[in-house]
Design a protein around this ligand. Structure first.
Ligand code: SF4
Length: 399
């Protein structure tokens, strides 16, 4: 369970403001953040453009472009994607459970500006659903607002899988790539983004572009939420200015020295942390996993690959068979079989770009960077003697 004890702030608290006193009900939310100004669609678009706001779910798509892609009339829904399917990520659940009104302000304010009659909130955490429903009882938003629990599978958080689940279908990406801004909820134009994006929109509407830009990078100012986990003394969610050095965050969380995975299980292993700054798109959904030096990297990676393979929605051959083959390749490589190493390289060249969603591509990115960064460990394993370290399960969330 996420508690406010797991949250920290480096610099100015914005989306986490007020949480040092516990969950924000409506009264405390208004005391902390003030009321939401009423803005037009044009004002939202200009504000997002001015601060270069990008979606906080992983794809880091510019919010202004998404707004500009919507038709002038007939926007059906604003969808808050709170499915947070990256298993280590906790930031969206934290916002939904501890600061639900900030998320609702972002979604409701935008829905009014777009003339959208529906706000839909997809969550796969029962506590988050309870929190949002409690918050809705305190408000009068004059809109149809629905909270729906969606399945917790990895690919169920993909935008089109979320829309399918909200329409009563299976929470899997459909076999075709279409933009929700053109054909979203019930094939009508829809603005869909992740929970933190809406919280940031609510902050931006209040602060304006100048106030919002008083911290963080010039190119994408403001703050960001990061989830840090793995071999760290203080795991949890941290709000930082955008562009903060990774080493500052690692030190703050008490991370053990060792390799770091940035961006979750569709992210990349970093060859070094020095000089790395945390910004989109590299930071993706804001997940930082420190591996430490006590565990066997290849064993950890094989475990995660098994889990990623199990999360395939089972409808695209390159994903179903390709990921299963990679599990086998990495298991053989870890056991010291050089053919496992050769086959892994071969399959990593075949899998990307051939699924209906980004799952195979993300998995291939994770594994390709692993083979680069852990080359010394690979060589040890290929001697047949392994690296001598146990597999501790530092890379969590995969059960
Ligand atoms: S690529 Fe994999 S996860 Fe994505 S839709 Fe196809 S089978 Fe499902």
């Amino acid at each position: 369970m996420i508690t406010v004890d797991d949250t920290r702030v480096i610099g100015e608290a914005r989306v986490l403001a007020g949480l040092d006193q516990g969950r924000l009900d409506l009264q405390r939310h208004l005391l902390t953040h003030g009321s939401l100004p009423v803005l037009t669609r044009d004002q939202y678009t200009k504000l997002c453009e001015a601060v270069g706001l990008r979606g906080r779910g992983g794809a880091a798509f510019p919010v202004a472009l998404k707004l500009q892609d919507l038709p002038a009339r007939g926007v059906e829904a604003v969808v808050v994607n709170g499915s947070e399917s990256e298993p280590v990520s906790r930031k969206d659940r934290l916002l939904l459970t501890q600061s639900p009104h900030l998320v609702l302000d972002g979604a409701v304010g935008l829905a009014h500006a777009l003339g959208a009659p529906h706000v839909l909130i997809a969550v796969h955490d029962a506590r988050a659903a309870v929190s949002i429903r409690e918050a809705l009882m305190e408000r009068d938003d004059r809109l149809a607002i629905e909270v729906q629990e969606t399945p917790g599978r990895f690919v169920a958080g993909e935008a089109r899988a979320v829309l399918s689940a909200l329409e009563g279908g299976n929470a899997v990406p459909p076999g075709r790539r279409v933009l929700p801004t053109r054909k979203g909820y019930h094939r009508r134009p829809t603005f869909l983004s992740n929970v933190e994006t809406f919280a940031q929109l609510a902050v931006l509407a209040r602060l304006g572009s100048r106030g919002f830009s008083s911290t963080g990078l010039i190119s994408e100012p403001g703050t960001q939420l990061l989830t840090i986990d793995g071999a760290v003394q203080r795991p949890g969610v941290i709000e930082t200015p955008t562009g903060i050095p990774l080493d500052t965050v690692l030190q703050y969380a008490g991370a053990q020295a060792g390799p770091v995975l940035l961006g979750g299980y569709h992210g990349r292993w970093l060859p070094q942390t020095e000089g790395v700054t945390l910004q989109r798109p590299e930071v993706s959904a804001g997940i930082i996993l420190a591996l430490g030096s006590d565990t066997c990297p290849l064993g950890e990676i094989t475990r995660v690959t098994q889990w990623l393979s199990s999360q395939s929605a089972g409808q695209c051959g390159p994903c179903v068979f390709g990921l299963a083959a990679l599990v086998d390749d990495f298991a053989r490589l870890t056991a010291g079989d050089p053919r496992g190493w050769h086959d892994a390289h071969r399959h990593l060249g075949l899998v990307p770009g051939r699924g209906a969603c980004a799952h195979p591509d993300g998995t291939a990115r994770f594994l390709t960077s692993a083979l680069e960064v852990f080359d010394d460990d690979v060589q040890h394993h290929l001697t047949g003697r392994g690296c001598g370290r146990p597999v501790l399960g530092v890379l969590g969330g995969t059960r």
